[in-house]
Design a protein around this ligand. Structure first.
Ligand SMILES: [Zn+2]
Length: 116
């Protein structure tokens, strides 16, 4: 329990610092280049089912695949449709890709990745 709390605090500190790398929590595949980071750290959202997600945004990610199509209902970012995203190495759910009129980005849920 203490280990988990410390891990969460470390993750938040690294995100605030902005020099983190992101890897899949399940298989360890490196997913993110910190140079493509977008936004100001953690963003918290609650979906219509009441599930809370903390997201970090990236313009680009490596070894990530999209599942299914894009949906605009209940998007965390108004004006952006979302598609579920998974680790390209092991298939673990890691968040969503959001697509707008002229740009797009990934929103990675901190529950699914390790920040190091
Ligand atoms: Zn993986």
């Amino acid at each position: 329990m203490v280990q988990r709390a410390l891990s969460a605090i470390l993750k938040t500190l690294r995100i605030d610092r902005g020099d983190e790398r992101v890897r899949c929590l399940r298989c360890g595949a490196d997913l993110g280049d910190p140079e493509t980071r977008r936004g100001a750290g953690l963003e918290r959202f609650t979906n219509p089912d009441g599930c809370v997600f903390e997201l970090i945004r990236f313009d680009e990610l490596e070894r990530v695949t999209l599942c299914g199509g894009y949906y605009s209902e209940a998007s965390f970012y108004p004006g952006y449709a979302w598609a579920s995203s998974q680790c390209g190495s092991c298939g673990y759910f890691i968040g969503w890709h959001f697509r707008g009129e002229s740009d797009g980005f990934f929103g990675v849920t901190t529950d699914a990745v390790d920040i190091y």
